[in-house]
Design a protein around this ligand. Structure first.
Ligand code: ATP
Length: 225
């Protein structure tokens, strides 16, 4: 699914200027894009907008043929659950559940019984990230391991799109490097679009397209040919 944005202007109460203003943006399906820029430039607002988490203040925001501006908040929630996997700086794992059970959570929300196929897929995703302690309690894992669990959870239901907000920001250098390699690798393998926001240039260098925001606007782009 390609992303097309036309005339996005995010206004908030008591501020005279939009906090994000993007006249046009096209991100082709299955591409890998890093959104960069200083703190407060609008990265998270952009991610929240394209995932439909917040009201969309745009003339048009198309993901494929679906214009999110035309959907109610409830319909956007269903659309997001169906199409987007989200990875955040914090991992939001459920303590008391194992690593594997955490990966399976999105499936558990809509199914009474966990099928063998989905369990195998969860294990396969974890194994691809070099993690095999499926039954370890989530709260005993290292931060790098927790982020791997969060990535596998985001990929479990084969989303068309992965959005990651500062996925390496709370990791040490070594784990940040590993995640920086794994995320683009897995999204390519799963053939989904990957969009990350980051301050981390080591992460951004793994992305063929980099969009720099400043003061809520696209300042410049870099593309590796
Ligand atoms: N609901 C809101 N009300 C008022 N101001 C807001 C609101 N949401 C965001 N902002 C402001 O809009 C600007 C952009 O915020 P945003 O969180 O998108 O920036 P960011 O680039 O993700 O920053 P960081 O890198 O620090 O996470 C900031 O100045 C923020 O304070």
């Amino acid at each position: 699914m390609d992303l097309f944005i036309k005339d996005l202007n995010v206004q908030v109460e008591n501020l005279p200027l939009p906090i994000l203003s993007i006249p046009y943006l096209h991100i082709p399906a299955r591409s890998q894009v890093a959104i960069l820029g200083p703190s407060g430039c609008g990265k998270t607002t952009l991610l929240n907008t394209i995932s439909g988490l917040i009201n969309i203040q745009a003339r048009q925001l198309l993901w494929g043929n679906t214009d999110l501006t035309q959907l109610s908040a409830a319909k956007r929630d269903i659309w997001r659950f169906t199409h987007i996997g989200i990875v955040l700086q914090e991992f939001y794992l459920t303590s008391g559940l194992s690593a594997l059970e955490n990966v399976l959570l999105p499936y558990s929300f809509t199914h009474w019984r966990i099928s063998n196929n989905i369990k195998q897929r969860a294990k396969m995703l974890l194994e691809q990230m070099g993690f095999t302690r499926f039954h370890s309690p989530a709260e005993r894992l290292s931060r790098g391991e927790m982020q791997r669990i969060a990535i596998a959870r985001a990929l479990l239901l084969k989303p068309n799109i992965i959005l990651a907000d500062e996925p390496t920001a709370s990791l040490d250098l070594q784990n940040a490097k590993i995640i920086a390699q794994l995320l683009p690798q897995l999204s390519q393998q799963e053939q989904c679009t990957l969009i990350v926001t980051t301050h981390d240039l080591n992460l951004a260098e793994h992305f063929p397209r980099q969009i720099y925001l400043a003061n809520g606007q696209i300042e410049r782009e870099e593309a590796l040919c």
